[in-house]
Ligand binder design. Sequence first.
Ligand code: DGY
Length: 325
Amino acid sequence: MYRIFVTRSLPGNALDKIKDRCNVTVYPLDRTITKDELMTYLKEADAVISMLSDPIDKEVIEAGKNLKVIANYAVGYNNIDIEAATKSGIAVVNTPDVLTEASADLAWALLLAVSRRVVEGDTMTRAGKFRGWAPELLLGVPVYGQTLGIIGAGRIGQAVARRAKGFGMRVLYHNRKRLPKAIENDLGMSYAALDDLLAESDFVSLHCPLTPETKHLIGPRELGLMKQTAVLINTARGPVVDEEALLQALRKKTIFGAGLDVYEKEPLLTPGLADLPNVVLTPHIGSADTRTRLAMVDMVLNDIIAVLNNERPQNLVNPEVWGRR
Ligand code: DGY
């Protein structure tokens, strides 16, 4: 029987369905597994379902002597040393597509929450400080008809752009590669150089993967290019933004606000960030709706079963590894 190790309890009961074929062990604690614990569990495992919060580095990979597949319960896989996995002949799979719409929804939830000061309003109302309608109460920035700048126009960036149609927005995007004209036309978005996008957008939403090239893509210079009325949304990966520089921009009000679902040193926040009223903070819940999270479980399990049956998995991150089989 193959052994599957899961680093965190998952929603639903899909794991039960494979228990007749596989020996499944789920990490019993409700916290991120430590590196030492992970290395111990992996000694026996043929497959692991990892979370985006589990760093799977070379040492961890080498501890998995029998490991055939690492299934990351996320679309992003910057937590995994792909090169080391490939060298060890281990397939890495992830969960693209299925979480696209949920992630785009959350980017929009943050965009609306920041621009219309929803969290400040909620806090004030709960505290009994709503003393009646007032013309200047919690004035925000407009959304309808404004310009949205999308950085990283993959599946999620495009889904965010699609939603902007309903808000009558002009949409700019910046991407490593320009998209085919047909997609630009369909989504009604125009390519822009990064600096132009930052200078012209009322909302800047980040959807690029974290790579050495995108680390601190948004730093003091880039924040300085943004309008004083602009809002920055980050649902991609924390280190894409220089969080200290963002803190200063929010403090000095050189931008209107920010909505963050991810953090540079997740789960830690840069000290001072949580004290600011002009930032809305969520705990990395981009894909966290029930339908999506259940579908993600099915997806990783299907790909694990495929690899263990020597079939090419659907969402292979390191196709080079398959060629060598
Ligand atoms: C992912 O799956 O990579 C996303 O960050 C989920 O929110």
